[in-house]
Design a protein around this ligand. Structure first.
Ligand SMILES: Cc1cc2nc3c(=O)[nH]c(=O)nc-3n(C[C@H](O)[C@H](O)[C@H](O)COP(=O)(O)OP(=O)(O)OC[C@H]3O[C@@H](n4cnc5c(N)ncnc54)[C@H](O)[C@@H]3O)c2cc1C
Length: 536
């Protein structure tokens, strides 16, 4: 087995970073779109050479074995994986570093650490995989605290119990995606929750951020897969009852889902499982006209077919990430553990044809058990899927070459989509112009619902080395204003963290904000949990 080394500054494993050939192809591609861009490569510093202040706190003797004050460990826990995190790490500009990284070995350790921290007034930031893209794990704004601890749940990594009759599993919060699926393998069941960050994020992180998996419709949000939660708060432990549904008042799980470490530490959850899919069908549909592609996607979203993949790529997105010619492309997929899915795909293709959609390669289908494969290869669909997993590595390679490469996402109604898209694209282009930058803005749908899409935007621009974080922050502020002004949400599945707070505060009803503050007072009276996240 090949050993893998986690990158301290960027996405994933060092060994999986872009090869020389991939880097060359990528820079050639960018040069074609942005001629004249300075694409010189900048290399990350050795973290051992970065200045990190001495740790200000120590755990009591009984807990001391859980703590690390190693500077590289602390640096790796000082940031998430957004573009701005990666660039700041590349430049060695990480200023807010936790004093300790603490790794509880069991739930009792979590209780003890929170007790100690509440008494000492030390801030505690729960940490899963650290893949936050919204400043969720970064101790920014914790300057008034005498110390900051990053509480890494990575040692709570077991599937504790499986109820195969009800199809659910009791899972510890710190387990990473691949390890979870590996432990479930003997049951032949799966959680079937696959965010793009699957490999480097944890169950606790998914629950705390209300993560969205890569399936476009149906059960794809972790919320829908949650049967019950166990949460350690400074005020005690909250555990909900396992139920398939309940009308008994507001849901306590809904309070903790999306609480981003500010109300408690999720230690366990019962999660709903499914049979592993056997039948799959895929197709790629091209549209001459973007609006026709949107109309066809809406028809499919409202048809009750519930595709597993339904990604409408605009021409920029199709060109940059699917390797095709600039055209509107709908990447479609269906899958089932119970029945062949060609009829569903055929009906979806019929709906596409109603709007002028053309699937020249037809549909491809597989039956995993019979090993049967039919139809011709789907070039754009396949290319898109493999590039989906390489995207974060490409993002890092481009970030090191002074490019601004970042995404932001939202959701809106179908009736409001056109206004939202044009408002957001205009805001991004205007921000680029004001910064004197040349760039492009792309859009794809990550999820679709009967009442609206979740548009996922990308901004790609040639930035100025040393200024790209500041330049991105200006673009991000402009597009965030546009999202709120045009009726969207500040985030569909990336959470709020520290970066989205100003816009979340505008979006949520004031009475709900007061209710959250009251909950925080009850659950975390010393205000030690992830300060600045959700509430002040
Ligand atoms: C390349 C890339 C792709 C991504 N793709 C997706 C995607 O497809 N879908 C999606 O939804 N998101 C995506 N994200 C965002 C991110 O992966 C998710 O927010 C993920 O759920 C975070 O999980 P994590 O374990 O890394 O949590 P962390 O980043 O460690 O933490 C995230 C937040 O949750 C809190 N937290 C973590 N664990 C716990 C716990 N046990 N109890 C209480 N609070 C806790 C932290 O304090 C923090 O506020 C992506 C990010 C990157 C960098």
């Amino acid at each position: 087995m090949t050993t893998r080394t986690r990158s301290w500054w960027g996405w994933g494993n060092v060994e999986d970073a872009l090869s020389a050939g991939e880097n060359e192809a990528l820079t050639a591609r960018v040069s074609a779109v942005l001629p004249g861009a300075d694409l010189s490569n900048h290399v990350a510093p050795d973290p051992r050479n970065l200045p990190v202040a001495a740790s200000r706190v120590a755990l009591p003797d009984a807990l001391a074995g859980l703590a690390s004050d190693d500077s590289v460990d602390r640096l790796a826990h000082s940031h998430g994986q957004a573009f701005r995190d990666v660039v700041r790490a590349l430049r060695g500009e990480l200023t807010d570093v936790p004093d300790l990284v603490v790794r509880p070995g069991c739930e009792a350790d979590v209780v003890a650490v929170l007790e100690w921290a509440s008494d000492a007034g030390v801030a505690v930031l729960p940490f899963g995989g650290g893949s936050s893209v919204v400043g969720g794990v970064e101790p920014r704004g914790c300057g008034d605290y005498p110390g900051v601890v990053s509480l890494d749940l990575g040692h709570l990594d077991l599937v504790l119990e499986v109820d195969d009759i009800s199809r659910a599993a009791r899972v510890q919060a710190g387990v990473f995606g691949p390890d979870l699926e590996e432990q479930l393998r003997p049951t032949e069941l799966t959680l079937r929750h696959f965010p793009q960050s699957f490999e480097f994020s944890t169950v606790g992180g998914w629950l705390a951020t209300r993560a969205g998996g890569h399936f476009a419709s149906g059960y794809t949000h972790i919320d829908d897969l949650t049967e019950s939660l166990r949460v350690v708060t400074p005020a005690g432990v909250s555990e909900s009852r396992r139920l398939p549904g309940s009308g008994a008042g507001p849901s306590s799980d809904r309070l903790f889902l999306g609480s981003e470490g500010a109300l408690g530490v999720i230690t366990e959850a019962w999660l709903r499982l499914q049979a592993r899919p056997r039948w799959r069908a895929a197709a790629s549909v091209s549209f001459a006209d973007y609006d026709a592609g949107v109309a066809a996607t809406r028809a499919i979203a409202q048809s009750g077919l519930f595709p597993s993949n339904c990604r409408l790529l605009d021409p920029v997105e199709a060109f940059l990430n699917a390797g095709g010619v600039p055209a509107t492309v709908l990447v479609l997929g269906f899958e089932s553990a119970d029945h062949p899915v060609e009829p569903w795909m055929s009906r979806a293709l019929e709906l596409c044809r109603d709007f002028g959609g053309d699937a020249p390669e037809g549909l491809r289908y597989t039956d995993a058990e019979a090993g049967a494969v039919g139809g011709s290869p789907i070039a754009a669909g396949d290319t898109w899927r493999s590039s989906f997993l390489r995207m974060p590595y490409q993002r890092d390679a481009l970030a090191a070459r002074s490019m601004i490469v970042e995404t932001f996402e939202t959701a809106c109604t179908w009736s409001g989509f056109e206004q939202l898209r044009s408002g957001v694209v205009a805001a991004a282009e205007d921000a680029l112009r004001q910064l004197g930058l040349v760039g492009v803005v792309s859009c794809r749908f990550s999820h679709v619902y009967p009442d609206g899409p979740a548009p996922y935007f990308g901004v790609y621009a040639a930035g100025t080395w040393g200024k790209t974080v500041q330049q991105w922050d200006e673009i991000k502020a402009a597009v965030s204003d546009a999202l709120i002004a045009n009726g969207g949400t500040i985030t569909h599945h990336h959470a709020i963290g520290r970066d989205h707070r100003p816009w979340y505060d505008q979006q949520r009803p004031e009475l709900f904000a007061q209710t959250l503050r009251a909950s925080k007072r009850v659950l975390d009276p010393a205000r030690i949990l992830n300060p600045g996240v959700l509430v002040d």
